[in-house]
Design a protein around this ligand. Structure first.
Ligand code: HEM
Length: 493
């Protein structure tokens, strides 16, 4: 055999080994959920290259592979569509089988490599300690209870007075809505409050927004799914790192201010103070590094999701003026003209509650919920090895035509019974469910009701005359957010 033949044989053998290794990673066990096989180095990216949203990917692959299928990104990933299987992931009798978080893809790993905090943390003792402490501390501040209402209504009043100043001029209200929601968390977590026009505040909220949005860009998807693209996309990866570093630097500057002023055994002013005190009791667990990620999770998970829901709420209202009018009329009937809506009114305003519910169904702010198998297990008859990333496709569930007649139609009355009472559905899961269910569900519901009902009570929102109707599709990102749009505000009272 001459040198050329040897070289040829070597190349052939290398290719065979490469394919075998790829196949072993792609199909980790027999009876793994089906899906396109893909290719070494690029995985299954070619099969989904034109689709930005998981929902579209599922629509494309479902006819061939069914409701549960797998893709190969850097690692295999199982996409779960359909209520029964999603319910199995969330509520499985097996308890904690899917209670870990999906292994963060490349970009998330860059800024939280140890998976600290709450959201990205594995199902572990440390996650339990951080989550339990955060929840009990926030509850101590009245979080999720009516005693917290004043904090929110103060922000609502501020927002309304800003809106009065800009009535009748076309405006994009995104920044004002985000500022209102963010200030609730600034107050509780960081012990500060910002004016809506504060430049530092606006800048940092913009950075936070970009941190979410940048993950939806094509380059980010390439970085996450195709490892060989990484040397070519270093600049983009650096942009993601820089954004996150700026966000963390803001939080850590607040922590540093608290550390300077901290006096043990005195009344804590806010969440940071409570955490610093806990760190003195259990220094190995409640560290400053953990605090950075816990703060980030609580702030970003609450601000981005709640403000995006409110932005979609406005969008659906200008696109459905008849619904807007009914919500307004209900608030006038129940609340009258001498005050703003409060939490006690919520049960007496079923149409408003159903409208918020319908907004949550259609906007699916958390389009997909990332989980990870904690043990070797099964799902809808398929074998799922420990460590497999499992993504619940919530957007498809919320638009499943078998569950929702004419699913894309905005129709709050589908959540009302014959008596006009609001009826919840097990098929609406904006906050996830089970062991990793959203920590802020109660607070989010309070905020959504108080902000939304007060806006509808006080103002009429319209599209500026002659404008094209805005798209109802979301901007691609970690969560759903509408594309920018302007409205005209008219004061009722
Ligand atoms: C409309 C608003 C909100 C939506 C749609 C939303 C949605 C979600 C979803 C879908 C999850 C994943 C649940 C799962 O895996 O089953 C989650 C987790 C989480 N949410 Fe929310 N959320 C909202 C508001 C909030 C607020 C106000 C907070 C403030 C505390 C918050 C904090 C968290 C945290 C810390 C987690 C991680 C929980 C864990 O992994 O243990 N969220 N949220």
């Amino acid at each position: 055999m001459d040198i050329q033949q040897l070289l040829g044989l070597f190349i052939l053998l290398s290719i065979v080994v490469l394919f075998i290794q790829y196949y072993k990673r792609r199909w980790p066990v027999v009876n793994f959920p089906p899906g396109p096989t893909g290719w070494p180095f690029i995985g299954t990216i070619l099969s989904i290259r034109n689709e930005v949203f998981l929902r579209a990917i599922a629509d494309k692959l479902k006819p061939q592979y069914g409701k549960i299928f797998s893709l190969m990104q850097d690692v295999p990933i199982v996409i779960v569509t359909g209520y029964d299987a999603i319910n199995e992931v969330f509520q499985s009798n097996k308890g904690f089988d899917f209670a870990s978080r999906k292994e963060p893809m490349y970009l998330l790993q860059l800024h939280n490599p140890k998976k600290l905090g709450v959201f990205l943390a594995d199902y572990s003792e440390s996650w339990q300690q951080q989550r339990r402490f955060a929840l009990s501390t926030l509850r101590g501040f009245g979080f999720g209870k009516t005693s917290f209402e004043k904090k929110i209504t103060d922000e609502v009043s501020l927002l309304l007075s800003h809106l009065k100043d800009i009535a009748r001029v076309p405006q994009d209200l995104s920044t004002l809505l985000t500022s209102g929601v963010a200030n609730v968390m600034c107050d509780t977590l960081l012990g500060c409050h910002y004016d809506h026009n504060d430049i530092e505040f606006q800048h940092i909220l913009h950075v936070l927004e970009e941190c979410f949005e940048i993950h939806g860009r094509k380059k980010s998807r390439m970085l996450d799914s195709v490892p060989i693209s990484r040397p070519f996309l270093k600049q983009h990866a650096q942009q993601v790192i820089d954004l996150n570093e700026e966000w963390y630097a803001f939080l850590m500057s607040k922590v540093a201010e608290h550390q300077k002023a901290f006096v043990a055994d005195t009344e804590p002013r806010d969440f940071i103070d409570c955490y610093l005190a806990k760190g003195l009791e259990e220094p190995g667990i409640f560290t400053i590094e953990d605090l950075k990620y816990v703060l980030s999770d609580l702030f970003s998970a609450s601000t981005d999701t709640t403000s995006n829901t409110l932005k979609f709420a406005l969008l659906y209202m200008v696109m459905n003026p008849d619904v807007q009018e009914k919500v307004h009329q209900e608030s006038m009937r129940v609340v009258g003209t001498s005050r703003l809506p409060c939490l006690e009114d919520r049960d007496k305003m079923p149409y408003t509650a159903a409208t918020i519910y319908e907004i949550q169904r259609l906007s699916s702010i958390a389009q997909s919920i990332p989980r990870c198998a904690t043990v070797d297990t099964s799902l809808a008859g398929y074998s799922i090895p420990k460590g497999t990333n499992v993504v619940c496709n919530i957007w498809s569930l919320h638009l499943d035509p078998n569950l929702w007649p004419d699913p894309e139609r905005f129709d709050p009355s589908r959540h009302l019974n014959d008596k006009g009472e609001m009826v919840k559905s097990p098929h609406v899961l904006p906050f996830g469910a089970g062991r990793r269910v959203c920590m802020g569900e109660t607070l989010a519901k309070m905020e959504l009701f108080l902000f939304f009902s007060s806006l509808m009570h006080q103002f009429k929102f319209d599209l500026p005359p002659g404008r094209e109707p805005p798209s109802l599709d979301p901007v691609p990102g970690l969560t759903s957010c509408p594309f920018p749009f302007e409205v005209i505000i008219e004061e009722y009272l």
